[in-house]
Design a binder for this molecule. Structure first.
Ligand SMILES: NC(=O)c1ccc[n+]([C@@H]2O[C@H](COP(=O)([O-])OP(=O)(O)OC[C@H]3O[C@@H](n4cnc5c(N)ncnc54)[C@H](OP(=O)(O)O)[C@@H]3O)[C@@H](O)[C@H]2O)c1
Length: 345
């Protein structure tokens, strides 16, 4: 058995469980901070101390009692989530104390694991937090969701909603790498300035201060829209439909404008636009591309190294602030990837 330090091993774990199913926007009281004993390790097990927790919009869906493409979190159950952590104790010769891994052990400070499904990280290649962002699930969502579903061609116009976030900010940059015009839609002037500045988008607008989305899209997309990467749905997506070009493609990544809805929101009927423009709209869940992640991560890492791709992390310090971080993502508080950094990280 190995342990990383001479300091005594922890015996108490802190976890966030689901206390109540939210109605509308989640509240901090929908989560409960609980303490649980850390069991002694059985043979072959390891103890991980969490360094970073990924905070993602899909977590809102898990808090409802409805099964969609994944099981919901039950009341009293540990909140699910992607994590990065360090091995602090090991009875498994394949895992050494001090090694860092990415996994999916949820909202807790410590996790006991048999090592299955863990991805070893090398901090000398990239900061380990990137395994939850640009080199992790959100990065792969941008990469495969744009390149496989939309198949953008040089010279085409790509519009992305939710552009100031983890996925959207990468989508526009990948579109630029592929020789497209990239236009972003985001919820603050600062995000718009960041997108057209550091992120290299050709144009962007603030959907919260723009009155006529269709007119704005026509102004910013003078040749029409060939690809639309939809992160938000709702009124923003309704406005994209009349500006689509013939044989345009829509990648349906997310519908965050609807995640807190308490009743279905009426919208335009999209099929008439898809019909008249001979367009294709296709939803995807990123796990369908799981077996191609090594290829996507290698390409994104290469673009990062070459300076063609940039990313930003918004770090919330302290595990106890995880509920606030999730509410923040659903409220638009983040620019780039939202992460919770644990006090020991
Ligand atoms: N299909 C998949 O497998 C897959 C995988 C990962 C993520 N996704 C989806 O991709 C989308 C982006 O995820 P992410 O992790 O990159 O999150 P993110 O964009 O970093 O954070 C969410 C952003 O959504 C925006 N937003 C919140 N409420 C909104 C509303 N009512 N209307 C429009 N925008 C709103 C906010 O920015 P503003 O300031 O712009 O409002 C917020 O910052 C989400 O819909 C998520 O569910 C899908």
């Amino acid at each position: 058995m190995t342990a990383s330090t001479a300091s005594p091993l922890p015996t108490v774990n802190r976890q966030f469980t689901l206390a109540a199913r939210p109605v509308g926007m989640p509240k901090e009281s929908d989560f409960r901070l609980v303490e649980a004993p850390i069991p002694a390790l059985a043979n072959g097990q390891i103890l991980l101390r969490t360094l970073f927790l990924s905070v993602d919009p899909y977590m809102r869906g898990r808090m409802t009692g409805v099964r969609t493409y994944a099981d919901p979190v039950d009341i009293g159950q540990l909140m699910v989530g992607g994590t990065v952590g360090k091995v602090v104790q090991s009875t498994n010769p394949q895992f050494r104390a001090g090694d860092i891994f990415a996994g999916y052990w949820g909202w807790q400070e410590y996790a006991v694991s048999d090592g299955k499904g863990l991805q070893k990280l090398d901090a000398s290649v990239a900061p380990v937090s990137t395994a939850l962002g640009v080199l992790g699930m959100p990065g792969m969502t941008a990469y495969f969701g744009l390149l496989e579903i939309c198949q953008p061609k040089p010279g085409e116009t790509v519009v992305v909603s939710g552009a100031g976030g983890a996925v959207g900010s990468l989508v526009g940059q990948i579109a630029k790498i592929k020789g497209c015009r990239a236009v972003g839609i985001a919820g603050t002037d600062d995000k718009v300035a960041w997108l057209t500045g550091e992120m290299g988008f050709d144009a962007a607008f603030n959907y919260k201060t723009t009155q006529d989305y269709v007119a704005k899209l026509k102004e910013l997309c003078p040749s029409g829209i060939d690809c639309y990467f939809d992160n938000v749905g709702g009124a923003v997506t309704d406005a994209v439909l009349p500006v689509l070009n013939v044989r345009s493609r829509i990648s349906i990544s997310g519908q965050i404008s609807q995640y807190n809805a308490t009743k279905p929101e009426p919208g335009v009927r999209p099929y008439i636009y898809l019909l008249s423009k001979q367009s294709r709209a296709e939803g995807f869940i990123i796990t369908q591309f799981m077996n191609r992640f090594p290829e996507g991560i290698a390409q994104m890492a290469q673009w990062l190294k070459e300076g063609k791709l940039k990313h930003r992390e918004q770090i919330v310090e302290g595990f106890e602030n995880a509920p606030r971080a999730l509410i923040g993502v659903l409220s638009g508080d983040n620019t780039g990837k939202m992460l919770v950094k644990f006090s020991e990280a």
